[in-house]
Write a protein that binds this ligand. Structure first.
Ligand code: MLC
Ligand code: AMP
Length: 504
């Protein structure tokens, strides 16, 4: 009996439109790919990876711009049975070095402009081959793909085989690799596709980066599963979005996108006349944004909640009440509970840790079995680090985080990582990094710094120092120099007091 192939690509391909000339990716740079071309191009990338020695289970890292090629490389990885490791294009040398050293990829695809840096980093990582990939069909990988065959049978994969590793930071400041299997991604996309009622003819307006789960595993996957046309915006531009909405039916974004759309004069019910769904997530959607959006457009944003370690956990309903300030109820197939540390579910209305379990929840942290065990309860629930309250009818409110985390424009910034960089500056004794309310970004990274007596460390010095070492979105938007940091009797810095002191 032949074995089912649970390679995620095979499942996508089984659902691609019968008409191979149907448009899949319609890029904002004027380039596009039909479903037939997507199948042929991703086969070429799979062939190239195999010819470079990539075996099933090997990692393939990519720090490339959002592009048609980036999607084909991703799908090529799946087809070749490789494990895809996407990186934020804003990551600096030190951040890239950690990921490469930890994941040990066989191939590292990089933007042509950054190849010198990539090659320098890769020189310290045995076995990695660096190849360039531009966003316009240029680069070494694209040239190899050009000459490769357009057929490649997807490598046999079971649901428990790894499909991707996405790095996510933690309280230790060092990013850990969340391992996602073909089965995790299949469970995620099939649930969301049904729950959000995708229909033939849906057109997704895609504005998110594709190196995080929101843009890659939520938005792109749902559209591919549906065989939809994707208006593929290489960057978010609110004015363009308003222009493209009348040719689209579904939009997914972070709250900052919605705040910026509301600032657009032409954004109204007429611009949204063909739309059937607006989804928000990755950061809290403020009630003010939710309400103003409804008044302006007549649409109620559907807020959902999830995490790199498992995709989506809860969602407001498609047809029922989309309750403002909540992230909805557990998705089908996902168990969500609000519990104490020991894993005892708490009564409705009580604040506790949000814990989740389901086929979409990850397979653990790459080569960190102890950390994986620490983050799970004895009965197999993953501890998200988010604090919430569940109502009697299952709607969840996220009320805070037990993890020390700032979310800026939908991107996570772990204070510890920024503090370590600032503390290394000559003249600095210590620092505390906090998130303060910000109208556009939700939260703004803010540093509070204690200097050595007589040392002159300015805001500009701190900003320049961090900017040279970490991705731009982690750079403090404001720096306050203080005499000392408030501490509790245990010696722990009281960040709540700092937040209160510096909130305008
Ligand atoms: C960019 N910059 C940011 C920033 N994004 N600063 C703080 N926070 C951010 N999020 C800085 C850059 O470093 C640069 O600084 C300047 O802003 C302009 O850069 P840009 O690239 O032109 O910015 P812009 O296009 O305005 O980007 C804003 C944004 C983007 C909101 C469109 O950040 C974005 O796409 N966010 C979505 C992230 C996302 O996909 N999150 C999902 C993660 S998955 P300088 O100094 O160089 O000028 C997840 C799970 C889940 O969370 O539930 O979904
Ligand atoms: P990441 O680790 O980048 O995947 O980010 C996941 C985190 O984003 C979660 O643990 C939450 O803290 C936060 N998050 C995602 N969706 C929402 C939401 N709708 N409301 C509030 N926080 C959210």
């Amino acid at each position: 009996m032949s074995q089912t192939n649970d390679n995620l690509y095979q499942h996508f391909a089984d659902r691609f439109p019968a008409d191979a000339s149907a448009v899949c990716l319609d890029g904002s740079d004027g380039r596009s790919l039909t479903y037939g071309e997507l199948a042929a191009q991703s086969a070429r990338y799979a062939s190239v990876l195999a010819s470079l020695g990539v075996q099933p289970g090997d990692r393939v890292a990519a720090q490339v711009d959002k592009s048609l090629e980036a999607v084909c490389l991703y799908l090529g990885c799946l087809r070749a049975g490789a494990v895809f490791l996407p990186m934020n294009t804003a990551y600096q040398q030190g951040e890239v070095a950690h990921l490469l050293g930890d994941a040990r990829p066989v191939v590292f695809a990089v933007r042509p402009a950054l190849q010198a840096m990539a090659r320098e980093v890769a020189a310290g990582v045995p076995g990695v081959q660096v190849l360039t990939l531009g966003d316009d069909g240029s680069g070494e990988l694209a040239a190899l793909a050009e000459a490769a065959p357009t057929d490649f049978a997807p490598v046999q994969r079971s649901r428990s085989d790894l499909a991707a590793i996405l790095y996510t930071s933690g309280t230790t400041g060092k990013p850990k690799g969340a391992m996602l299997t073909h089965g995790n991604l299949l469970a995620g996309v099939s649930t969301l596709h049904a729950f959000w009622r995708f229909v033939p003819g849906d057109v997704l307006l895609h504005v998110l980066p594709i190196f995080h789960i929101h843009g890659l595993f939520v938005a792109l996957h749902c559209a591919l599963w549906n065989g939809s046309t994707i208006r593929f915006e290489l960057r978010f531009d609110a004015t363009r979005v308003v222009r493209l909405l009348p040719q689209s039916t579904v939009f997914m974004g972070v709250p900052t996108h919605y705040v910026r759309l509301l600032d657009e004069p032409g954004f109204d019910a007429e611009a949204c006349r063909t739309m059937r769904l607006f989804v928000s997530g990755s950061a809290p959607l403020l009630p003010d944004t939710f309400q103003r959006f409804a008044e302006r457009t007549g649409h109620t944003i559907l807020e959902r909640y999830g995490m790199t370690e498992g995709g989506m956990f809860t969602s407001n309903p498609y047809a029922g009440e989309r309750r403002c300030g909540t992230v909805g109820q557990a998705l089908p197939g996902v168990s969500v509970r609000v519990a104490d540390e020991a894993g005892n579910a708490l009564p409705a209305g009580t604040v506790g840790g949000i814990q989740v379990k389901g086929a979409n929840v990850f397979a653990g942290y790459w080569q960190l079995p102890e950390k994986t065990a620490e983050e799970h309860t004895a009965d197999g629930y993953f501890k998200t680090g988010d604090l919430g309250v569940m109502a009697a009818d299952g709607y969840v409110n996220i009320v805070g985080r037990s993890k020390d985390l700032v979310i800026s424009g939908g991107l996570n910034v772990y204070p510890k990582e920024v503090e370590e960089v600032i503390d290394d500056m000559p003249g600095v004794v210590e620092s505390a990094v906090i998130g303060l309310p910000h109208a556009d970004l939700g939260e703004a990274v803010t540093a509070v710094v204690v200097c050595r007596p007589g040392a002159a460390v300015s805001e500009a010095d701190v900003v320049a120092h961090v900017k040279a070492r970490l991705a731009g979105f982690k750079v403090p938007r404001a720096v306050h120099v203080v005499e000392d940091l408030p501490r509790n009797t245990m010696g722990k810095v009281q960040k709540n007091l700092l937040r209160a002191q510096f909130t305008a």
